[in-house]
Design a protein around this ligand. Structure first.
Ligand SMILES: NC(=O)c1ccc[n+]([C@@H]2O[C@H](COP(=O)([O-])OP(=O)(O)OC[C@H]3O[C@@H](n4cnc5c(N)ncnc54)[C@H](OP(=O)(O)O)[C@@H]3O)[C@@H](O)[C@H]2O)c1
Length: 285
């Protein structure tokens, strides 16, 4: 990947607006700081208001621009509310980083506020819904980018049991949600061709020492700064990547299912159904 890798070029993103979901902690928080350093106005997002306010305060202290918006991504209505709040405050969006996530631990089937399998809902479906809802703003911000923060941990989707009612494991649920994010990028990219909006997926870094890895009890292999560098490398690249999957800073290969057009279509259909009625008056994406 060519182009600058991290915040050494001040004001490169001057005048741009960036939304980073899940930026109250971990890699999202680091990305919020880096993007603000580069001149972007940052929309910090999460559920923890105190942590969100602390990130915003730190950014403002160093002269950056930021605000916090709270939304539970396990609720289709709250995702819609988040999109509305952004639409009412901004005329454009330059960067949407779908980063918020729930890790593989605990190894229990959990459900979202709406009663869907938690990892599928928060890690994938919310990003699918948010991206579609914010597409008009992204088009207004063109050239604009959507980044799906995925993972090298991927599991195939069983379309007869997408919400994993049987044979559940935290790793399977997490891996399925991460593959779904990549599949979404592959599926939407051709539609965006020529619009000035691009979408890509990236595995940022292995086992960063963040909260989700702490819950899992995994031994850290990298830091949130390492992961943020991969994401920034993609965002700041001179190449007009669209519909690609990156393993850290290199083009990567996802699980086979991501290259199956029939699987992409099935995932699209399921996602439309699960988010139907949550598009704020517009037809479901
Ligand atoms: N850590 C790794 O080794 C690793 C490796 C590969 C990929 N990734 C990916 O990198 C991304 C960031 O992970 P991280 O390790 O930085 O995680 P983290 O520190 O656990 O942060 C997760 C973020 O997601 C937000 N979040 C969780 N559930 C939410 C919900 N229901 N609604 C709204 N926000 C929610 C949290 O905000 P609140 O607590 O404020 O709700 C928090 O800001 C994830 O997509 C993850 O899958 C991580």
């Amino acid at each position: 990947m060519t182009g600058p890798a991290s915040g050494q070029t001040p004001a490169l993103l001057d005048g741009q607006v960036a939304l980073i979901t899940g930026s109250t902690s971990g890699m999202g928080r680091v990305l919020a700081f880096r993007l603000a350093e580069l001149g972007a106005e940052v929309i910090v997002h999460g559920r923890n208001e105190e942590a969100g306010a602390a990130v915003v305060d730190s950014i403002r202290t160093t002269g950056g621009r930021a605000r916090f918006l709270r939304a539970d991504l396990g609720s289709v209505d709250e995702v819609r509310g988040l999109a509305r709040a952004i639409e009412s405050a901004y005329a454009r969006l330059d960067l949407l980083i779908n980063n918020a996530g729930v890790g593989p631990g605990p190894d229990r089937r959990l459900v979202s506020t709406d009663g869907l399998e938690l990892r599928f809902h928060v890690n994938y479906l919310a990003g699918y819904q948010l991206t579609h809802l914010l597409l008009p703003l992204l088009r207004a911000g063109a050239p604009a980018q959507v980044v799906m923060v995925a993972s090298r941990t991927q599991s195939p989707i069983d379309f007869d049991d997408v919400l994993i009612e049987s044979g559940f494991s935290g790793r399977r649920a997490y891996g399925q949600s991460k593959l779904a994010q990549i599949m979404f990028a592959f599926d939407l990219a051709p539609e965006l061709e020529g619009s000035g909006v691009r979408i890509n997926a990236v595995h940022p870094a292995p086992v960063m020492d963040t909260r989700m890895m702490e819950v899992l009890g995994a031994r850290p292999q990298s830091t949130p700064d390492d992961g943020a560098r991969s994401v920034l490398g993609l965002i700041l690249s001179d190449e007009d990547w669209n519909g690609r999957y990156f393993h850290e800073t290199e083009l990567g290969t996802a699980l086979d299912q991501a290259y199956d057009p029939e699987a992409l279509a099935r995932l699209r259909e399921i996602s439309r159904t699960l988010t139907a009625g949550s598009t704020g008056g517009r037809p479901p994406p």
